[in-house]
Design a protein around this ligand. Structure first.
Ligand code: F6R
Length: 615
């Protein structure tokens, strides 16, 4: 993970870098640092803690002038978060300085070789090994920085997005990428570097996303030069126009990004089906499916690979695809799939789901699937991300930037895209009548309004949160389409409030978790009208007899659960397959309010990062 930012041009680099690091803090926030070149020497400051801590320390410590600089916000992999392990890192001579997002897997053997050649190391990081390897190559071969970076990177196994500069050549920054993202903003005689485009969006809309195994030399006032790291071939720069705007990446009056993103769901879902769901004409248009319809129709099965919340969206999709389109679906944790020698054939379709489009395990899983001839369809939010580029075809969720580390609108928009896909395929396969199909489209169109209505439970959810905020364990139960929502509700609670929570299929409760139930235990039960309602009501009765505290998520107007539960939170009625889009809303709000009441860092929970670009 980690976020990197850099600047070379005619402006003061410091304000651009510090603000950029704040925007990238979702990628890691255990330590941060900046190196600036002030016209004479490198000024470097770094610290354990957040970018705000760095800002406070640095402004007392070093001069912040200079038109060239690099900065880093870290999510520790090698070496604990402390001042010394923070980036940037110097080479032994003090001439070169580097920031790095990724992991150098063979750092240990490289380090031993460098120690044998007299190099010393201050930190425990793989990054300090890389900068000294670059220095060693540069000195031994008496070559320029760019060439030295290239030769060094050819000895490296692992993943990286790096930016390096040399204090003796303060007119250039060398950047390179493999596995971790790297965007270059192109201004007038100036370049911006960042893990995503958000740090430079107010300066330029023109960006180049480096591809894997590419490097670039950014010289003040000169055209960019991009080369292949392996064979030195020059690459034509592909400049994209960014669609992002500043408003999308700011909090807009909300206390936290998470809350803003929860409230954005009605419009995000609308954006997801805009132009795709045409209910008047009774059609769904998705280019990625239309162009590959033959493959979809010939597929023996669909394998979904994803991690975390995206994996939960995949589980919901399993129910939807099987129910509507009658296509067998397997849902896999990407991290397990890639290491268990899975049976994949050319007739398989692999759907990779990822908000960031950068999750290393998901990326590796799709590379494996492609190598076995499977067709890969990416469902990503971040446009131009690695998974989007690596997939054979795909559909963006169009949720807009999600900055809170806990996924909210990514989840509901992923389910929306997957529902559209299932409906389109159901129609093509003839597993749905035209009237059923039309009915689904009309109902899907009402979902943004119904999410809006579900959000009106916010104040009541807050009072429930207040009652249970000190509980140490929560159980979440759901059946059918809402079993994955129970998993997602439990994940949301644990990741931002650090309260232990487990999600279970409601009927599984009697095979184990029921032993946990006593009068202290809050149990969130999703009991909407159409989802095996009577069965879930029986499960609620079983909880009640053991004195568990019941928080029911029910359909508006419910009677039976109301009689049994301690609290009920209503959501509007909809088709069973669409209920996850509504039942998930109060669960997001519950975890949000509990975390705020416990004074936790909602947007940047401990040990987590938004984009998991390491295995
Ligand atoms: C949970 C969360 C993580 C991500 C997971 C996959 O709120 O944010 O579990 O869902 O790391 O990330 P993406 O979707 O970017 O592949």
């Amino acid at each position: 993970m980690c976020g990197i930012v850099g600047y070379i041009g005619h402006r003061e680099a410091y304000p651009i870098i510090i603000k950029g690091l704040q925007r990238l803090e979702y990628r890691g926030y255990d330590s941060a640092g900046i190196a600036l070149y002030d016209g004479e020497s490198i000024k470097l400051s770094k610290t354990k803690g957040k970018v705000a801590d760095l800002k406070e320390k640095l402004e007392n410590e070093i001069s912040t002038t200079g038109t060239l600089g690099i900065g880093h916000t870290r999510w520790a992999t090698h070496g604990v978060p402390n001042d010394v392990n923070s980036h940037p890192h110097y080479s032994n001579s003090g001439d070169l300085v580097i920031i790095h997002n990724g992991i150098i897997e063979n750092y240990d053997s490289l380090k031993k070789e460098l120690i044998n050649r007299g190099y010393t190391f201050k930190s425990d990081t793989d990054t300090e090994v890389l900068i000294n390897l670059i220095e060693d190559v540069k000195k031994n071969e008496n070559i320029k920085l760019g060439k030295a970076v290239q030769i060094a990177l050819n000895q490296v196994v692992g993943a990286y997005a790096i930016a390096v500069f040399d204090k003796n050549k303060p007119n250039e920054i060398v950047v390179a990428k493999l596995g971790s993202p790297l965007a270059i903003g192109i201004g007038d005689d100036e370049y911006f570097i960042a893990s995503d485009a958000s740090p430079f969006i107010e300066y330029t809309k023109n960006a180049i996303y480096l591809e894997d195994e590419e490097m670039a030399i950014l010289r003040r006032g000169k055209d960019i030069k991009i080369r292949k790291i392996k064979n030195d071939a020059l690459v034509d720069p592909y400049v994209q126009e960014l669609q992002l705007n500043l408003e999308q990446i700011e909090k807009g009056g909300y206390d936290h990004f998470m809350l803003k993103e929860i409230y954005e769901q009605p419009s995000a879902i609308l954006d997801t089906f805009r132009g795709r769901l045409l209910s008047n004409e009774a059609i769904i248009k998705m280019a990625g499916i239309e162009d590959n319809m033959k493959r979809f129709l010939a597929a023996d099965r669909i394998i979904i690979v994803a991690c975390g919340t995206s994996w939960h969206a995949g589980l919901v999709a399993e129910y939807i695809f099987e129910d509507l389109a009658r296509i067998p679906v397997e849902v896999e944790y990407a991290s397990e799939f890639r290491y268990r020698n899975p049976v994949i054939t050319e007739k398989d379709i692999v759907i990779a789901i990822s908000q960031s489009g950068e999750t290393a395990d998901t990326l590796a899983a799709i590379k494996l699937a492609k190598s076995k001839g499977a067709f890969v369809f990416g469902v990503c939010n971040v446009v131009g991300s690695s998974i989007a580029r690596e997939s054979n075809a795909g559909a963006y969720t169009h949720a807009g930037p999600e900055i809170g580390v806990a996924s909210t609108k990514a989840f509901t928009t992923q389910i929306t895209v997957l529902t559209l896909m299932a409906l389109r395929l159901a129609r093509a396969k003839g597993t749905m009548s035209s009237s059923e199909f039309r009915h689904h489209l009309i109902e899907l169109e009402t979902i943004p309004g119904k999410v809006e209505e579900a959000l009106q439970s916010d104040a009541y959810v807050k009072t429930v949160a207040d009652i249970y905020k000190d509980a140490t364990n929560f159980l979440y139960l759901g059946r059918g389409f809402n079993f994955p929502v129970a998993l997602e509700g439990a994940l949301k609670l644990k990741e931002i409030s650090y309260i232990h929570a487990e999600g279970y299929p409601a009927a599984e409760m009697k095979h184990g978790p029921i032993a946990l139930i006593d009068e202290q235990m809050p149990i969130v039960v999703i009991a909407t009208k159409k989802g095996h309602y009577e069965k879930v009501v029986s499960n609620i009765q079983e909880i009640k007899s053991r004195k568990g505290k019941i928080i029911g998520i029910v359909t508006k107007g419910d009677v039976s659960v109301k009689e049994l539960a301690d609290h009920v939170i209503e959501v509007p009625e909809t088709l069973e397959s669409l209920t996850p889009l509504l039942t998930t809303i109060p669960l997001q709000l519950l975890s949000y309010h509990i975390a705020v009441m416990l004074d936790k860092n909602v947007d940047q929970p401990r040990n987590l990062a938004k984009s998991v670009t390491v295995e």
